[in-house]
Design a protein around this ligand. Structure first.
Ligand code: PLP
Length: 469
């Protein structure tokens, strides 16, 4: 196939691209039952909060790429930073005692942004590899103190932590478990901790107490001396923007401290401005974890990069106790902290500070949530939940709640009508998930709400007139 470079290909080229895609690509999270069908949406071009498909159709991207395009598309300064670093030094090994100036500078900047003594950055290539690295660090930390049996990991149902073997095993969404293999020997899932006051049948306090009791009893069952770490997204993102009851993060942090269990906060989504702060753990939830994981918005999605920010306490302990013959921290990747990715992240942080992006999110975030909440008046909306610029609308046909076949078909229909009218939301089961770029303006939000509510009305009339099935 000849190379097709123009932003909007001719119809002939467009068809060739779709054919190549259908024949030769296995997409992440592809539906194998439709493998080979030419039904992909081919995004070809993007600017600001808009993306364009290969026919030139324009969409407001309420997904922000995949929670990650925070500064919007086509940002000249990010593009220049990438090009500049590529010209200066595209790549050199990060292993052992070799480094590059972007990774050293970025590590320092991150240490200043993270709470407490989380002063050391271990770069990876994405969120999943950062999750892997954090859990492996917890294992090393205890093993080097002669406590290798302290290796069990607590996660939660509905959690999403990525798709390497270890990260996928930490995920707790049962529907995502297919025919792959998952580690179950040392990974344990606590209940999904969501609490939605609009639909809850119990008080937030009693829900919180039962979650904490369950955590305590699971630790007692395993023996605290066998539990290495607890990994938690402050708000469960891909599980459906599930917000725990108030005080949950602080109370689980305290349980971990009491039992000498490391607390890993997975801020792949909640970090880098989505909740109005560089990191939400301390500023939004009042906790200082032992490790924080970040990826996605760290480069505004312009480059793949992940990082585990690790506490001085952990690093100093590992350094002091590592046996001479096993003192290599044998974790890392060829592209860990790739110089171009780090240079992009540095520029991203500079722009976020200069343009007061977190302050902007603090202003538009509540506006977004308020406007979305007005949609609960629709009979096909079961509930709306979220925080700042991460939100989710849960659809239902008015009978059973949850991801039933009909509820999923209904959400799918809403999603199709949004797409037809130039709005991309992320369909997941019976949910429509939204995480727009952080530069979104109130006028963009009004447009999202307007297109979304038209889509709800059309889907509802399909339901009422029996045209859903
Ligand atoms: C909370 C969380 N952790 C980890 C990951 C994995 O990140 P990646 O897809 O970059 O490997 C994701 C991805 O969506 C995520 O939402």
């Amino acid at each position: 196939m000849r190379s097709i470079k123009n932003s909007f290909p001719s119809e002939e080229d467009h068809n060739l691209l779709r054919e190549a895609d259908a024949k030769h690509l296995l997409h992440p999270w592809a539906d194998l039952s439709t493998l080979g069908e030419q039904n992909t949406l081919m995004i070809q071009n993007a600017k600001g909060v808009y993306v364009y498909d290969s026919t030139g159709k324009k969409y407001l991207d309420a997904i922000g790429g995949m929670w990650c395009v925070t500064l919007g598309y086509g940002h000249e300064e990010l593009i220049e930073a990438m090009a500049e670093q590529a010209k200066t030094m595209a790549y050199y090994t990060p292993f052992g005692d070799v480094s590059s100036s972007p990774s050293a500078q970025l590590a320092q900047m991150l240490a200043e942004l993270t709470p407490g003594d989380l002063n050391r950055a271990h770069f990876t290539t994405c969120g999943s590899t950062a999750v892997d690295s954090a859990v492996r660090t917890a294992h090393y930390y205890y093993a080097c103190q002669g406590r290798a049996s302290k290796r069990h990991v607590l996660s939660r149902r509905n959690a999403y932590h990525g798709s390497t073997y270890l990260a996928a095993s930490l995920c707790g969404k049962l529907a995502d478990r297919t025919l792959f293999q998952y580690e179950s020997d040392f990974i344990h899932h606590l209940s999904s901790p969501e609490y939605d006051p609009d639909i809850a049948e119990e008080s937030a306090d009693s829900r919180l107490q039962s979650l904490l009791d369950e955590m305590e009893s699971e630790i007692a069952r395993l023996g605290a001396e066998n539990v290495a770490c607890f990994i938690a997204e402050p708000i469960l993102a891909s599980g459906g923007v599930l917000v725990p009851p108030p005080g949950y993060q602080a109370a689980t942090r305290e349980i971990c401290r009491k039992h000498d269990i490391l607390y890993i906060s997975d801020e792949v989504v909640t970090g880098f401005g989505r909740l109005g702060h560089f990191f939400a753990s301390e500023t939004h939830f009042g906790i200082v974890p032992d490790m924080i994981i970040s990826a996605k918005g760290i480069t505004s999605g312009y480059q793949p990069l992940g990082v585990v920010m690790i506490s001085d306490r952990i690093c100093e302990t590992m350094s002091a106790h590592a046996p001479v013959d096993k003192s290599v921290f044998s974790n890392g990747y060829t592209y860990s902290g790739h110089p171009i990715a780090c240079a992009t992240a540095i520029k991203n942080i500079e722009i976020m500070k200069r343009d007061k992006i977190c302050e902007h999110v603090q202003e538009v975030g509540p506006y977004f949530i308020d406007k979305l909440r007005s949609l609960v008046d629709s009979p096909i909306v079961y509930t709306v939940r979220g925080d700042h610029l991460m939100a989710c609308v849960e659809c239902w046909t008015g009978n059973e709640t949850g991801p039933t076949a009909r509820n999923m078909a209904l959400a799918q229909r809403v999603d199709e009508y949004c797409e037809q009218n130039g709005l991309l939301v992320r369909p997941y089961e019976n949910l429509c998930i939204m995480s727009p770029p952080l530069i979104v303006e109130k006028s963009d939000i009004d447009r999202i709400i307007s297109i979304f509510s038209q889509a709800l009305n059309r889907a509802q009339s399909d339901l009422d007139s029996g045209r859903l099935d």
